[in-house]
Design a protein around this ligand. Structure first.
Ligand code: NAD
Length: 318
């Protein structure tokens, strides 16, 4: 018997939108909350796109899709979003002040037994436990982008998470088709982002410092990992430039890491300031649909007519 059926997702961006859609597809009743009507409208649009993907690639029927839509509600009213939630999944921006403030606003509105999980990519639940007002009912439940393919749910406690919370959240993960990955010790970035964030940051460093182009970086990665679908710059588009920026800006500041701060500034100037958010807006490092890395010849040995182009990128700078 499932205990967590009414789910509220805070934040209707890239990940919140996917978690909400997928949980509704798996039979949960889901409320999507955001502070902005515009964000909710974008989320409705994303849900139409996910419907097409689930029909084409996930084996969903038209009936599954209409039931999924019927199980979703969207609101900018926090009280109405959470008043009957069994589980609230927080997916607001990776900015500590934003997370703390939303937990504090929500605390007096929640039913007594509601559990809360954070989808934060790199922050620790312990830093927000007090703000939730219910530390024992709070843990991390971290999803990966493209939830229907990357069906991972990393579950991590903070020092006072109750075992009953972990049990219910692990059951919920399994009920919604996720493979639970228990994280045995608290770690910023869990398992996935402990290697994924450094990978994306290293690729961004190569671009920021003019060492290589996004296409060459991705080509290198995709040849070294034959069969994979994209390289790190393409992955950045999927993550979304806003989150890529926030992670570099936050950890650059915390670790006094000038390169990471330069990477954040690069993403701000070249993408965010131009309204290019990555896959979700159709353009980031690549143009979508049909990004260059999906072309048949992306990994092919080039024709010799390309030599002068290649040499132009190789020769010492003047
Ligand atoms: N993008 C990814 O690949 C990814 C993967 C795993 C986890 N995450 C994590 O999920 C969280 C959200 O990331 P995202 O990429 O979906 O971000 P996003 O920028 O796409 O979306 C964030 C949403 O939160 C909304 N928001 C801002 N302040 C809010 C508030 N006070 N209350 C409610 N909503 C608010 C924004 O309007 C926006 O719609 C972050 O903690 C991020 O680290 C992201």
């Amino acid at each position: 018997m499932s205990t967590l059926n009414n789910i509220t997702v805070l934040g209707s961006g890239v990940l919140g939108g996917q978690i909400a859609w997928h949980s509704a597809f798996k039979g949960k009743t889901v409320v999507v909350y955001d502070i902005s009507e515009e964000a909710l409208n974008n989320c409705r649009g994303a849900h139409q796109q996910y419907a097409a993907i689930y029909l084409a690639d996930v084996g969903a029927t038209e009936n599954d899709i209409s039931q999924t839509h019927a199980r979703l509600r969207y609101t900018t009213d926090l009280a109405s979003a959470v008043f009957e939630a069994d589980l609230v999944i927080e997916a607001v921006p990776e900015v500590p002040e934003t997370k703390t403030s939303v937990y504090q606003q929500m605390a007096p509105l929640l039913p007594e037994n509601t559990l809360i999980a954070t989808n934060s990519s790199t922050l620790l639940a312990r830093d927000f436990a007090e703000a939730t007002g219910r530390p024992d009912k709070y843990c991390a439940l971290h999803y990966a982008n493209l939830i229907w393919i990357m069906n991972l749910a990393e579950i991590m406690a903070h020092p006072t998470t109750a075992e009953s919370t972990l049990t219910a959240v692990t059951e919920f993960a399994i009920e919604t088709g996720m493979v639970p990955i228990p994280v045995q010790k608290e770690q910023n970035g869990y398992v996935l982002n402990s290697w994924f964030v450094p990978l994306l940051n290293s690729a961004q460093t190569l671009v920021t410092n003019g060492i290589s182009t996004p296409e060459e970086i991705d080509r290198t990665f995709m040849i070294a990992n034959r069969g994979c679908e994209r390289g790190p710059c393409g992955m950045m588009d999927v993550v979304g430039m806003k989150t890529a920026h926030d992670v570099c800006a936050y950890w650059g500041e915390v670790n006094n890491d000038d390169q990471m701060l330069a990477n954040a500034a690069y993403v701000q100037a070249n993408f965010l300031d131009k309204g290019l958010l990555g896959l979700q807006t159709g353009k980031g490092y690549y143009q979508y649909p049909n990004p260059a890395y999906m072309a048949d010849d992306f990994l092919a040995v080039p024709d010799k007519s390309k030599v002068s182009e290649i040499v132009a990128l190789t020769k010492p700078a003047e």
